[in-house]
Design a binder for this molecule. Structure first.
Ligand code: 6PG
Length: 249
């Protein structure tokens, strides 16, 4: 059953990230209690960096309800740039530096997109990785939590305006031009995102206000506004925004 997206507005990114951190830990602990593990998808971009920094301060749980047992957490990505892991545009590389190097998480819990491969090959490899966590009849997991961002052009992950809306493969190699960021990427597709139990868009800043208004209040045009392609079939969709991004809503 599709539920209406909810919008949470915060004064600034710091407040947003504090709240997101608390909810992340809560959802993670619920998933671990219910299914023994927490499968989460990270996004790239600048907006989630503060959240990752705050999560990095979260020490392994002892026997209390606070904190999080990182050994039960599995990380995936919504998209990746096909650049080396030490390139500043590499989403895995960024999360490693900010988060994984600071917490007690086994390497085997990190399921990165192999960005050093040719994009088509990396997309295939990533689809195989997803199969290893699949929830039949799906060939991919039902993620517990997906984090997404949105570009000023309405793109999300590496689903860009004008790209095909109905994609039937779980992963895709794409060539995209956005600001000065590199063109070759691998992305998950809506059929994977939309099976998630929980999806959050993190969107901040004045520059996103016009597009956010179009995506949330405008006509349904998923070919032009890819963020509208994200509609969980049986999960929650939450937009976590700051006042600047939400000024036109
Ligand atoms: C990426 C993303 C991309 C991002 C948006 C927003 O790898 O860059 O997955 O879709 O979330 O471009 O980026 P900002 O948070 O930097 O505005």
């Amino acid at each position: 059953m599709k539920s209406k997206p909810s919008v949470q507005t915060f004064i600034n990114i710091d407040e947003l990230s504090d709240s997101a951190k608390r909810s992340f830990i809560e959802i993670a602990n619920e998933a671990i209690k219910a299914r023994g593990r927490f499968l989460t998808v990270l996004s790239g971009g600048f907006t989630p960096i503060k959240l990752y920094e705050k999560l990095a301060q979260e020490k392994p749980a002892l026997s209390n309800v606070e904190g999080l047992d990182w050994t039960c957490v599995h990380f995936f990505w919504g998209d990746e740039r096909c650049v080396s892991v030490d390139d500043s545009g590499n989403n895995y590389g960024m999360a490693k530096k900010i988060l994984f190097d600071q917490i007690a998480i086994p390497d085997s819990n990190i399921h990165r997109i192999l960005s050093e491969l040719e994009p088509a090959e990396a997309a295939k490899d990533y689809a195989d990785t997803l199969k290893g966590f699949s929830e039949p009849p799906l060939e991919w997991p039902r993620f517990d939590l997906v984090l997404l961002g949105m570009g000023e052009d309405g793109h999300t992950a590496a689903l860009f305006p004008g790209s095909p809306v109905d994609v039937h493969t779980p992963t895709l190699a794409v060539t995209a031009i956005y600001q000065d960021r590199p063109a070759n990427r691998v992305t998950l597709t809506p059929i994977v995102f939309n099976q998630a139990r929980e999806i959050w868009f993190l969107v901040t800043g004045n520059g996103k206000a016009t597009m956010l208004h179009k995506v949330l209040k405008g006509e349904h045009k998923p070919d032009v506004y890819p963020a509208q392609r994200i509609q969980p079939v049986n999960g929650n969709l939450v937009w976590m925004i700051d006042e600047a991004a939400g000024r036109l809503l």
